[in-house]
Design a binder for this molecule. Structure first.
Ligand code: PEP
Ligand code: MN
Length: 252
């Protein structure tokens, strides 16, 4: 099956050698978002500013995101910096709130991609719009599940689709937080050469040191871009502190 994609939009979005999505794991405060965004705006290949508004945490009673008030902060980021905004959505309600607040693009998190009911609900919620949707691989190493999520959005008429490789859960001991299992995204690329794939070295690596080598590897393998978590003060981040880098480190 050939994917029907919006080639013009893809060409424009991928116009730089490595298109970049960057921003903090989670939206924590208006000041944190504005500081990060003003610094990241200087990176010439940045195409979207990311921030998690609702966080899918493994255990309860952790920081689970600010929710709707953070969408107002992101609107201000957009006004002040002109950056396009992308957030994670996992329910129909998230999609409705994203539209209400002028969010430019959506990403589907790894836990959500693994759940066809959730993917179907989101795909129905975006039906009839032309919002770009970035689809992370499922947490488990199952290419069909990843393809299935992509197809569900395609069936609902979404044509601005990209895949995001963020690695896979495994019991094996590994230096990675999520094992890259590069053969899986490369097989997706072989089956769908028309579908751009970007790499999320932050969630694959889980530590700052691994971001540069993983980004290089993705570049060597012909990935179309990167999604990298960047926080003004990574050590104080409320989620994924170990893997976030400052905008200055990211630039270098
Ligand atoms: C994230 O991007 O912060 C996130 C929760 O990612 P993933 O779905 O890849 O775990
Ligand atoms: Mn994160």
């Amino acid at each position: 099956m050939q994917l029907e994609l919006d080639q013009l939009w893809l060409d424009q979005t991928l116009s730089s050698a490595q298109m970049l999505i960057a921003g903090p794991c989670s939206a924590e405060s208006e000041e944190q978002l504005l500081t990060a965004a003003h610094a990241l705006k200087a990176l010439q290949n940045i195409k979207f500013f990311r921030a998690g508004v609702w966080k899918p945490r493994t255990r309860p009673n952790c920081f689970e995101g600010i929710g709707v008030p953070a969408l107002g902060w992101l609107q201000k980021v957009k006004q002040e910096t002109n950056l396009k905004i992308i957030i994670e959505v996992a329910t129909k309600y998230h999609v409705e709130q994203a539209f209400k607040h002028g969010i430019d693009a959506l990403w589907i998190g790894a836990r959500t991609t693994a759940n066809p009911f959730a993917v179907e609900e989101i795909a129905r919620a975006v039906e009839g719009t032309d919002i770009p949707v970035f689809i992370k691989n499922p947490i488990n190493p199952d290419l069909s599940l990843w393809l299935g999520a992509i197809e569900r959005f395609q069936i609902r008429g979404i044509t601005k689709i990209m895949a995001i490789h963020r690695g896979f859960s495994t019991f094996a001991t590994s230096k990675y937080r999520n094992d890259p299992m590069w053969k899986i995204p490369m097989e997706l690329k072989r089956l769908h050469p028309e579908l751009p794939i970007i790499c999320d070295p932050s969630h694959i690596g889980g530590t700052r040191e691994l971001i540069a080598p993983l980004s290089q590897k993705a570049y060597n393998l012909g990935f179309n871009g990167l999604m990298v978590e960047s926080h003004p003060t990574p050590d104080t981040a409320l989620s994924d502190a170990k893997q976030q880098v400052t905008p200055q480190v990211l630039a270098s």
